[in-house]
Write a protein that binds this ligand. Structure first.
Ligand code: DGL
Length: 272
């Protein structure tokens, strides 16, 4: 038995961890933030894949049987290769799951106009993972995506409620709605973005639904563990969470309070 691993390039995955722990408090978790190498959103496919694989292997070496890539960029650029190429070699009984597929699964019931917007990092937008996954569910849905390269740094610097952040949010939302005025549903395709919801709401019409991933991913994990009792039995249940960072723990402890309502004590970890 081992903890469930939750991986992100930095802090964004904490928004997913929050929701998962609310819904499934009974499990043990290890959160790993690769803060020393963040951001992933502007990096190439090869680099994101390599970094993500190294972190997944680290979580496996710490006993995790199941790892969630709580990062859209990693899910977009590394998940499929890890599932198809690396897992059979490393250990075919272990599992790595991402956040993009669960986010779009209910989309067809949520959009009436069948025009959907995606706000994400440049890497996630370039990968086209959202349109690809959405079109597997309904090829008739129109998808427009806008990259928001400054949103992650603004959030990580605790500037997301500043006037500067409002300027960039307004600009990117304007770009999205100009691309397709019929959009009635907007996916926040980056795990950092829920922190910007109060600002995003100012610039989007109230009739447009905003989809944040945390609760959706949590429900999807619950469902997965229910459908896979053999995996559920391998996930230890001690109601605990360890926080690991590849950067300085002081910085992690203080920045994590932007994302979590409680104080935490992180541990430093070297990936290589
Ligand atoms: N939180 C990551 C995501 O969901 C992006 C952060 C980064 O660029 O590293 O895509």
């Amino acid at each position: 038995m081992g903890p469930i691993g939750i991986f992100d390039s930095g802090y964004g995955g904490l928004t997913i961890l929050n929701e998962i722990r609310k819904l499934l408090p009974q499990y043990d978790y290890i959160y790993l933030g690769d803060n020393a190498r963040t951001p992933y959103g502007t990096r190439s496919f090869e680099v994101v894949y390599q970094y993500t694989l190294e972190c997944v292997e680290k979580l496996f070496s710490m006993g995790c049987r199941l790892v969630i890539l709580a990062c859209n960029t990693a899910s977009a650029k590394a998940l499929r290769t890890i599932q198809q190429k690396d897992l059979p070699r490393i250990d075919p009984r272990r599992r790595v799951l991402g956040v993009i597929r669960p986010t779009v699964e209910q989309l067809d019931q949520l959009t009436r106009s069948k025009h959907v917007g995606v706000l994400a990092t440049p890497g996630t937008v370039q990968s086209e993972s959202y349109p690809i996954e959405i079109h597997k569910i309904n090829p008739a849905i129109e998808v427009s995506a806008v990259a928001c390269p400054l949103w992650v740094p603004l959030i990580e610097n605790n500037e997301h409620l500043s006037e500067g952040a409002a300027y960039f949010v307004q600009q990117n939302i304007g770009e999205l709605m100009q691309a397709d005025a019929l959009i009635d549903t907007v996916i926040l395709g980056c795990t950092h973005y829920p922190l910007l919801i109060p600002v995003i709401q100012k610039y989007l019409s109230p009739s447009v639904r905003i989809i944040a991933q945390g609760a959706i991913v949590a429900e999807s994990l619950k469902d997965y563990l229910h459908r896979h009792p053999e995996m559920d039995q391998q996930c230890s249940k001690g109601n605990s969470c360890r926080y690991l960072t590849t950067e300085s723990t002081e910085k992690f402890n203080s920045s994590a309070t932007i994302f979590l309502s409680t104080e935490i004590t992180a541990e430093h970890i070297d990936i290589l």
